[in-house]
Write a protein that binds this ligand. Sequence first.
Ligand SMILES: [Zn+2]
Length: 341
Amino acid sequence: MMGVPVMNEGLYEAYALKYGSTTTTKASKYYRYEAYADPDVTVQLDFYFWLVRNSTRTVLIDCGFDAERASLRGYRQETHPLELLARRGVDASQVDHVVMSHMHFDHIGNLCLFPNATFSVGRSEFDFWTGAFADRDFLGHSGEREETKTVVELAKDGRVRLVDDTAELFPGISVTPVRGHTPGLLITEVATASGDLVFASDAIHFYEEMTLDRPYWVFHDLEGMYQGFQLLRDKQARPRTQIVAGHDPAVMAMFRTVDESCVDLTAARSMEVALRSPSTSCQPVKKPAQPGEKPLRRDISYAVNLRCAAAVFHISTRGKARFMRISCAVPLRRDSGIFLP
Ligand SMILES: [Zn+2]
């Protein structure tokens, strides 16, 4: 084909914008955490939304929680999403489209702030939250009626695209519904000059959900959640592809810092730099012996946490040290120089 290629038409800048943070524990965030022989530890859970843009369009993936409604749940907004966008030179009126990854309060609390935007959401997500079972305690606790109403109003105005299956929203931006955390969470894939980004949103809150196959405590469909982990691992295995987890503070360490609330997702930090000054802690975990059973040496497993700026490695040995599982909270690229079985 002849002609001058349109620069950037399908390639985007991409930023993670962090608008809040809270401290919690693994035992409270993982489904049946006691089933793992790991000690409970305190973890930080960050709140993000994501900005992707090029010379022709500005797209958000989610838009953060509403400060007032979230405060009733005990969460504090550290920086208003519009302030974070303003720092990147984006005015609310310039936002062309908002992908609603799912309809939980911390992802769709500010839809009204974008007067010129269209929106997309998974059809099964929309159907669930506007259906008869959305107010059931164990299904609907992370939704807000007011926000569902807003989505319905936007849909009536013809501004919402309901997504049934993998769909290209714009050149270089596609979405895929994933059952699991919610009925129809959308993961979003974005092409950038440095490779593809897969915005998992809450298909994984923390990278460990994917790397260790450990479900989060909130799910609509447990099998779907495991399928989502597999889908993300398959995508991660593709060359030049990086998963962006929904709430993991590791995201702030894995990519180039723009300011204290923003990282440039097109600029991954070198793992070697991140690993230069690791600190280690080794904690033997003794499994309780069954009644009448003599504790054996092989019942002792060792959990070694190698902590560094961008990663938490979990190494455990079981039995006669024949089996060693090594996993990493941060997906490693094949060219990182670190081999993971
Ligand atoms: Zn969330």
